[in-house]
Design a protein around this ligand. Structure first.
Ligand code: PMP
Length: 456
């Protein structure tokens, strides 16, 4: 007996088959949809106004009375023989593909101590040089290539004056993108950084600390070395020297305007933050992020706060309009330009990168070396976060900024580089100060010497 002999039975079977097919298609779409949604949001570079998908497991489904275990979530998938893996754990195009999209960490201990949410952008997780400078180095190299100033494989060399982080990013990316790197840095920076640069295949010149007006200042030396390289080009060796110039280059703050800022906006559920706190070395991070959040995303009520280490003149520049630090006082001028143990932030001149966003900075918080050391150890003990000195300064300033805002406010800051880079200097001081011992204040604000605010 065939179905064609019985049209009614044929019709019933067709309806049943369509019904089952419909259910299967729906289930398939349900699995596919979150991935499509995520890709759509990613393509928007984080600037999409859509709400981000919450990072939680999807409900399991009941299908014909059978509980279907749904192990996958919007952000992860299950592969045979393994635990869940992130959906976007795909293939990166070289080390350049491992830059950006860093997580925003909820720092629980600081949030609990202040009654405000403190989040930190984990920039030490950038994959080439482990700092926000990866974004900047990539941006500077790409814009030089677009302008025809660098050509891969010709023997071109990127020259830069840097206290370390930018050099490390340039050194790693230079090799990946077909160039050489030559880094000039002051000799008061930790040896870990110059050793690392050497092992990354860069030429390193550690030079005595000099004022910026001196031709031997590390930035001026890098500029000169690039010019010398270009001047020595021959027909057999037409390679050129390119001075990256992070302090003045627009490609620096642009990198934060186009990536860091939008990522923070997206990660805070489309701009639900009350303050952004960052130190300034070149000023690229604070200017670029402030420009994106205040001007592009139009978060007009956002407070942008400069975190400034002791000895830097920026605090006074932002608060009082005059660049001045105690180390500049007559008769007290020290060997170093910015007299602090903190590396990477604090400066006594206004760079182009800071100038671009200076009007968007609402206030500044000065952080002492003792506070930075205490915070660094606090983060290790309470949160397992082992970060560098500039990150510790950012966190102290975030606590101060948070306490000036109403309870429940959200503050975003930056964890710039890993603690491993600061063992011989900063973490040695942390240990010398007795901060690794147990007999110190258990309360964060007492430890930092910050007055408890009257409840708001
Ligand atoms: N932290 C570290 C460790 C750095 O090296 C730098 C850059 N010098 C910064 C923070 C500050 O970043 P920016 O140059 O964007 O102001």
């Amino acid at each position: 007996m065939s179905l064609s002999d019985h049209p009614r039975a044929y019709g019933t079977a067709a309806v049943a088959l369509s019904f089952i097919a419909g259910i299967l298609v729906t289930l398939g779409f349900k699995d596919l949809y979150p991935d499509l949604e995520r890709r759509f949001q990613q393509r928007g570079g984080g600037t999409s106004r859509r709400k981000p998908i919450p990072d939680k497991r999807r409900r399991s489904s009941i299908f014909w009375g059978v509980q279907l275990e749904d192990h996958e979530s919007e952000s992860s998938i299950v592969v045979p023989g393994a635990a869940q893996i992130p959906r976007d754990a795909g293939i990166s195009e070289g080390i350049e593909g491992c830059i950006g999209r860093t997580p925003l960490i909820h720092i629980r201990s600081l949030s609990e101590a202040t009654g405000r949410t403190i989040l930190a952008k984990a920039e030490f997780l950038n994959g080439a040089g482990n700092s926000p400078k990866d974004r900047v180095a990539l941006s500077m190299i790409r814009s030089a290539e677009e302008a025809g100033r660098l050509k891969p494989g010709r023997g071109d060399t990127i020259y830069e004056g840097t206290v370390g982080s930018t050099g490390i990013s340039i050194a790693a990316l230079a090799r990946a993108m077909g160039y050489r790197a030559h880094i000039c840095m002051p000799d008061d920076q930790s040896m870990e950084k110059s050793d690392l640069l050497h092992h990354l295949g860069a030429t390193v010149e550690r030079v005595p600390v000099q004022p910026i007006a001196s031709p031997e200042h590390f930035v001026n030396l890098a500029r000169r070395r690039a010019a010398e390289h270009t001047a020595s080009a021959t027909r057999e060796n037409p390679s050129v020297g390119f001075f990256a110039d992070q302090f003045e280059s627009d490609a620096n703050w642009h990198a934060h305007l186009s990536t860091t800022g939008p990522e923070i906006y997206y990660q805070t559920d489309n701009g639900h933050l009350d303050a952004f706190v960052a130190g300034a070395g070149t000023g690229g991070t604070i200017s670029g992020v402030a420009k994106y959040l205040k001007e592009t995303a139009k978060l007009h009520d956002l407070k942008v706060v400069l975190a400034d280490p002791q000895g830097s003149g920026l605090y006074n520049k932002i608060r009082h309009g005059v660049m001045y630090s105690n180390t500049e006082k007559e008769g007290t001028r020290r060997r170093q330009q910015v007299d602090t143990i903190v590396e990477g932030i604090g400066i006594n001149r206004v760079t182009e990168n800071l100038e671009v966003g200076r009007d968007l900075i609402d206030t500044a918080v000065r952080v002492t070396d003792a506070q930075a050391c205490a915070m660094a150890r606090w983060l290790v003990e309470h949160d397992g976060i082992f970060c560098g000195s500039s990150s510790a300064v950012n966190c102290v300033a975030s606590v101060v900024a948070a306490l000036s805002l109403p309870k429940g406010s959200t503050v975003v800051t930056v964890l710039c580089d890993p603690g491993m880079r600061h063992l011989s200097k900063f973490y040695k001081k942390v240990a010398d100060m007795g901060l690794e011992d147990d007999d110190k204040p258990k309360d964060l604000l007492t430890l930092l010497g910050i007055e408890k605010p009257k409840t708001r």
